[in-house]
Design a protein around this ligand. Structure first.
Ligand code: ADP
Ligand code: MG
Length: 611
């Protein structure tokens, strides 16, 4: 074939392949454009994994009607004129390639109106062929509608993953911007259902809670500003990171932004994880949103077609700044890494010194510890101490281990070392708050979290059944039909085989709907429809565990266990404690939270000033 210049449309399709790899890349470019246009609200709608529809509506500056056709030409941008501008670029876009690339491979429509225009303009481009612009009634801002993405590039379509997976990737990328820009309100719907919404009021933790869930709130540590001694000149680090309790098995929930641009950078990840060092279990990763500001001249943003990577002039110093900020944040948040029982005096203030006896108030109940079983857990009032809501404390209690060290082996010299089993035989006394079982052991008192304990029991039974290949299934006469959100459905698709392995039988029943045909017999008695959603929510978040099978087992055990706040009879509590004693690792639930706290005889005596 003789050498020929390619025609515009072919060039467009080839170039589009570089910039627009998958629906999420198109969406990312559109959201970046909205942010560059100064939008304060951005609404995103996704249908069918992005191949049906991607629509982004913003209230930004809009594009003047006269410039509209230009916006759709390759290398047309309002953000840069000279090469030097790239060195100082503060906008997210600069290549002028996104809109023409998307328009080359979709049924594309742009509607925009600037603040001073009385009317808006529509411009349609069908697989690279532009129609003449026409006036349209429009509100101030820009709306981009992308239908049938890759409809003219069947090869690219074939490489896309299942719609649910593409959607997850898309939602993740908008979520990233929503996390980095809490001052912008994002509304995201997937197949006409709300995925998440942020309020745009500027609170980054509130944005994280809206996107990643309420557990983030109390566990987020704002990265502190470093003082002159600790600061790395020219590099500012802000944002937040999570306490080591809320780790993930993946790194999708750890985001870095450099001058507002979401970037992937292994050096920064390692710098941050290093700050956690021993606080993270192997294979676990922190969550957080780290925003780095530095002189634009110190970073090259033009090294990657989708701008996902950047090059730092001095990467080491950026890494150092991240690691120092994280380290400082963590050590301020937790002066003591070990979860311990927190004793308070009767005024509710924390006791400051571990060996200072608590203020004594005479008890009205004349009960003696361990003298007789207390059927209802009463007789402890007025309570001279109480475990705090959070496990952070000043008073070390032997035998209570950190979540980071939940091995079955007793610590040398610990109070339980005398028994071959890691948990001594316990005598149940009662229940507190419908949540904690109080028991007496050979050395003092044990407080057991009934949910965590049951979770551990269920988890080990699931594992034992799987190993022994004797899974006891309980089939349903009529399948239970459960409707799922797209995230839950995505997690289901990913976990079907594992759910089957632990004793479920669940089939796809319709779009985002499943039919539960059988459940593990050991989970009898729980409303499995509701619990399945909780299991899938957790798995959609990444789950916890050595393997995916493990993550599914842990989550299933957790969400089918007795809950906190459920009153138990003495017999039920005894049964549960007996089962817990039989487990291999009775001291932590599958998620690594402690199942029990111990207040030793010696500690009790110290607190009551008996010695
Ligand atoms: P780039 O963002 O690299 O400049 P794009 O192809 O993404 O290139 O966009 C081309 C131009 O269209 C932008 O420079 C901007 O002027 C204009 N534009 C695109 N999207 C918007 C929007 N949502 N609001 C205002 N202007 C926009
Ligand atoms: Mg752009």
């Amino acid at each position: 074939m003789p050498i020929r210049l390619l025609d515009e449309r072919v060039i467009g399709k080839i170039a589009a392949g570089e910039v627009i790899e998958r629906p999420a890349s198109a969406l990312k470019e559109l959201v970046e454009n909205s942010l560059d246009a100064g939008a304060t609200t951005i609404s995103v709608a996704i249908h069918k994994g992005g191949t049906g529809l991607i629509q982004v509506v913003d209230n930004g500056s809009g594009i003047p009607a006269a410039e509209l056709p230009l916006a759709l030409q390759r290398h047309a941008t309002s953000k840069l004129t000279t090469w030097d501008d790239i060195q100082r670029i503060s906008s997210l876009g600069f290549r002028g390639e996104a809109l023409p690339s998307i328009a080359a491979v979709s049924d594309f429509s742009l509607r925009s109106r600037t603040a001073d225009a009385s009317v808006g303009t529509d411009l349609d481009v069908v697989y690279g062929v532009a129609r003449p612009p026409r006036p349209a009634a429009a509100v101030h801002g820009t709306r981009v509608t992308v239908r049938d993405l890759f409809g003219n590039v069947p090869a690219r379509r074939k490489f896309l993953r299942q719609a649910g997976t593409e959607t997850t990737i898309m939602v993740r990328s908008i979520a990233a911007y929503a996390l980095a820009r809490p001052d912008v309100s994002f509304q995201v719907t997937v197949d006409d259902r709300r995925s998440f919404a942020t309020d745009g009021r500027g609170d980054e933790i509130a944005a994280a809670v809206a996107i990643w869930g309420t557990e983030i709130g109390p566990a987020a540590i704002a990265l502190p500003e470093l003082d002159a001694a600790g600061a790395v000149p020219g590099v500012m680090v802000a944002g937040w990171i999570g306490l080591p309790e809320i780790t993930r098995s993946h790194r999708n929930s750890l985001l870095f932004f450099v001058n507002g641009r979401w970037v992937q950078n292994r050096t920064l990840i390692f710098a941050l994880e290093e700050a956690y060092h021993s606080l993270l279990m192997v294979g676990r990763h922190p969550v957080g949103v780290v925003r780095i500001q530095l002189d634009p001249a110190m970073v090259d943003v033009n090294v990657h077609p989708t701008k996902a990577e950047v090059k730092f002039v001095d990467e080491r110093s950026v890494a150092r700044a991240v690691s120092r900020a994280a380290h400082r944040g963590l050590s301020e948040a937790r002066p003591n890494e070990v979860p311990e029982v927190h004793l308070r005096d009767s005024s509710g203030n924390s006791s400051q010194q571990s060996n200072r006896p608590l203020e004594f108030r005479p008890s009205t109940g004349e009960r003696v510890w361990g003298a007789s079983p207390l059927g209802d857990g009463a007789g402890l009032s007025p309570r001279p101490f109480e475990p705090s809501d959070r496990d952070v404390a000043e008073l070390p209690v032997p035998g209570v281990r950190s979540t980071a060290a939940t091995s079955a082996q007793p610590e040398p010299g610990s109070d339980v070392a005398f028994t071959p089993r890691p948990v001594p035989v316990l005598r149940v006394l009662g229940q507190v708050n419908g949540t904690y079982i109080i028991a007496e052991g050979p050395d003092g008192m044990f407080m057991i979290d009934q949910h965590a304990a049951h979770e551990r029991v269920m988890y080990e039974r699931i594992l034992a059944d799987m190993q022994g290949k004797r899974i006891d299934r309980q089939p349903f006469l009529d399948p239970m039909i459960v409707e799922l959100t797209h995230q839950q459905f995505g997690a289901f698709e990913r976990s079907t085989a594992e759910l089957e392995a632990i004793g479920f039988q669940i089939d796809e029943f319709g779009p985002q709907t499943v039919a539960i045909r059988a459940m593990p017999a050991m989970m009898r008695g729980v409303n499995i429809g509701d619990r399945l959603r909780l299991i899938l929510d957790e798995l959609a978040e990444g789950g916890t565990g050595e393997s995916w099978l493990d993550a599914v087992a842990i989550s299933a055990a957790c969400h089918t266990s007795i809950r906190a706040g459920q009153a138990l009879s003495l017999a039920e509590m005894r049964e549960l404690v007996a089962q817990l004693e039989q487990t291999d690792q009775p001291r932590a639930c599958g998620h690594g939270r402690p199942t029990m706290l111990h207040l030793s005889q010696g500690e009790l005596e110290r607190q009551f000033s008996r010695r």
